[in-house]
Ligand binder design. Structure first.
Ligand code: MLT
Ligand code: MN
Length: 308
C-alpha cells in the first residue's frame, strides 16, 4: 500500500494566511526549519493506478499539482482519484470537494451524519449526482473502496466514532456544543485485505478514551491528531481565545497528552498530522520537536510517502 501525505497542517495551514506569529513569519520567509504545510489529507493506493483521498482539504488543487501520482494519465481528461473518504464535516476536510467538480466520476464516502451535512449544502450539488456517488459509511463496518475483483488489489475502510464536536461552522451561535461520540467525527482504519497491510488515520480526536487507545494498540502505523502542543497555547500566544478542549482537539504534551498516552501502546510507526500553526513541533529546531522525536513520533510533512 502506498500512502502520500498531501497535507499535514490543521485548519488554516502553515503559515495561516492571517497569522503574523513568529513561526508563521519564519515559514513565510522560506525558513527550511519552518516548512510550510497545507491542510491535512492523505492519498492512498495499492498499485498507483487508482488513488483514494482521506479528506479533501481546501488546498486540494495545490496538493494535486504537487503530487504527480494524482495527475491525469489517460486521454485528454481523466484523474486517478477514484474516491474521497471523509472523517468529518469541518471546512478543512470537505472544502476540497469543490475542487473536484468538472464531471469526473468518483465516490464520496462518509457517515450518514456527514453525508447529511453535504446534502444540506446546495453548493455541493456542483458534484453532479450522475458522476459523483455519495455512499454512507456505516460505523465499525468494512466498506470496500476498490471495484470488485480489481486486478490492482483491494482496499477497504472501516470508520469508527471518536470523541469530537460538530463542525465548527455548525456550532449553535458560538456556544460549546459539547462532546459527542458518533458519526460526526470518525477515525479510519484502512486495509488491504489480501496482504493484511493496514493503518489508522485519526486527524481529529477530542479525548483519549480507553476505547480509542485499545483500538490503536499494536498497530503498524497510526496518523494521529497533533493539533496542539499544549491545551492553551493559542491563548498564550495571543492568537485566539480557545483551548484545544473547546475546539475538540488534543495536545501532545503533559501527563494527559498524546505522547504520554501512546507510550506503551506498541505502535510501530506514530505520525502526528493535523498540526496547528501554533504548535512548536512544526519548527525543526525546537525543543518540542526533539522531544516528540525522542518519544518515537514523526511529525508529518507535506509530500512524505510511506509504504506498507
Ligand atoms: C478543526 O479541526 O477544529 C477545524 O478544522 C477548525 C476549523 O474549521 O477551522
Ligand atoms: Mn481541522
Amino acid at each position: 500500500m502506498r500512502i502520500v501525505v498531501l497535507g499535514s497542517a490543521a485548519g488554516g495551514g502553515f503559515p495561516q494566511w492571517n497569522s503574523n506569529a513568529p513561526a508563521c513569519r519564519r515559514a513565510r520567509r522560506g525558513d527550511r526549519a519552518a516548512r510550510a504545510r497545507t491542510q491535512a489529507s492523505l492519498a492512498i493506493s495499492i498499485t498507483g493506478k487508482r488513488w483514494y483521498l482521506l479528506n479533501a482539504a481546501p488546498d486540494l488543487a495545490a496538493q494535486i499539482a504537487a503530487a504527480p501520482v494524482l495527475w491525469p494519465q489517460d486521454g485528454v481528461r481523466s484523474s486517478p482519484i477514484a474516491g474521497v473518504v471523509l472523517t468529518g464535516g469541518d471546512v478543512d476536510a470537505i472544502a476540497g470537494l469543490l475542487t473536484l467538480r468538472e464531471r469526473h466520476a468518483f465516490t464520496v464516502y462518509a457517515t450518514s451524519e456527514v453525508q447529511a451535512v453535504l446534502a444540506s449544502n446546495p453548493i455541493f450539488r456542483v458534484l453532479s449526482p450522475d458522476c459523483v456517488e455519495r455512499r454512507a459509511l456505516g460505523l465499525d463496518e468494512w466498506t470496500t473502496l476498490t471495484p470488485p475483483d480489481d486486478p490492482d488489489g483491494d482496499l477497504s475502510v472501516r470508520g469508527f466514532a471518536v470523541p469530537g464536536k460538530v463542525a465548527l461552522w455548525l456550532e449553535p451561535d458560538g456556544r460549546d456544543p459539547g462532546l459527542v461520540e458518533n458519526g460526526n467525527t470518525i477515525g479510519l482504519e484502512i486495509a488491504e485485505r489480501k496482504s493484511g497491510a493496514h493503518f489508522f488515520f485519526v486527524p481529529g480526536c477530542a479525548a483519549l478514551t480507553e476505547r480509542v487507545l485499545e483500538r490503536l494498540r499494536g498497530a503498524p502505523l497510526v496518523f494521529f491528531d497533533g493539533t496542539l502542543w499544549c491545551d492553551d497555547e493559542m491563548i498564550r500566544l495571543g492568537v485566539g481565545s480557545k483551548t484545544g478542549k473547546r475546539m475538540g482537539h488534543l495536545c501532545m504534551s503533559g501527563e494527559a497528552g498524546v505522547v504520554a498516552a501512546f507510550r506503551d501502546l506498541g505502535i510501530a510507526r506514530k505520525v502526528f498530522i493535523h498540526i496547528n500553526n501554533t504548535n512548536p513541533v512544526l519548527l525543526e529546531d525546537s525543543a518540542e520537536r526533539a522531544e516528540v522525536e525522542a518519544a518515537g513520533w514523526t511529525v508529518a510533512d507535506d509530500g512524505m510517502e510511506l509504504a506498507l
